[in-house]
Design a protein around this ligand. Sequence first.
Ligand SMILES: CC(C)(COP(=O)(O)OP(=O)(O)OC[C@H]1O[C@@H](n2cnc3c(N)ncnc32)[C@H](O)[C@@H]1OP(=O)(O)O)[C@@H](O)C(=O)NCCC(=O)NCCS
Length: 213
Amino acid sequence: MTITLRNEHKKDYRVVEEITREAFWNLQVPGCDEHYLVHIMRNHPDFIKDLDFVAIMEDKIVGNIMYAKSSLVNEEGLPLKTTTFGPVSVLPELQRKGIGSKLIQHTIEKAKEMGYKAIIIYGHPHNYCKHGFVGSKSLNVSDNEGRFPYSLLVLELEKGCLKGHNWKYISSVVYYGITEEAFKEFDAGFATKEKCFMPSQEEFNIACRAFVE
Ligand SMILES: CC(C)(COP(=O)(O)OP(=O)(O)OC[C@H]1O[C@@H](n2cnc3c(N)ncnc32)[C@H](O)[C@@H]1OP(=O)(O)O)[C@@H](O)C(=O)NCCC(=O)NCCS
């Protein structure tokens, strides 16, 4: 199985949105809106075009990863340039074959080359600790309210750069930019799919309400 990676092009937009929808459908909530997030991210000032990659297998796009600018601010108010990825998606039938890891590892290296000091994400630790991410508490990175969410994970790209300070994560507003009306109109342009309960939704609920002491 040969997988190549390249930046996303305009002609890929719809396919990437469909893959994202397939990957997230019923995973965290009944249905999903990550395909709309992908759609609005590309036109947002925080979007990092150079870190927008697709994975190709036999001339077909099978996965995607997108990043936005973010920052950390320490107790003295000094900011640090960081980045955040998500969504990251692989077509369900091709998951667990190393494609997601390839997208993540490749873009970690790229982000490092681009001078970002750290990658901060909300995600399932199982998916990301294997790529070097640690819980935010370990590096004194809190959310905006000073808490350490279970799902808030940090990867230093410059080893030791976070040491000796307390940091607050400032997310891009793009991740909170979905409006119900606009989303519904957008989603109506996709094939009908059944919304249902999946146990992964309860796992997601638990993770969202969990904080590290
Ligand atoms: C999360 C996601 C992007 C990961 O992509 P992926 O291609 O499935 O990930 P990988 O194949 O690199 O790794 C997944 C697992 O497959 C295993 N794996 C990798 N290559 C393998 C192979 N050739 N044979 C068997 N297993 C393999 C990995 O070791 C890993 O195992 P683990 O889960 O026990 O640690 C993908 O599963 C996805 O789109 N999920 C739905 C959307 C989602 O959850 N996005 C992230 C939100 S936090």
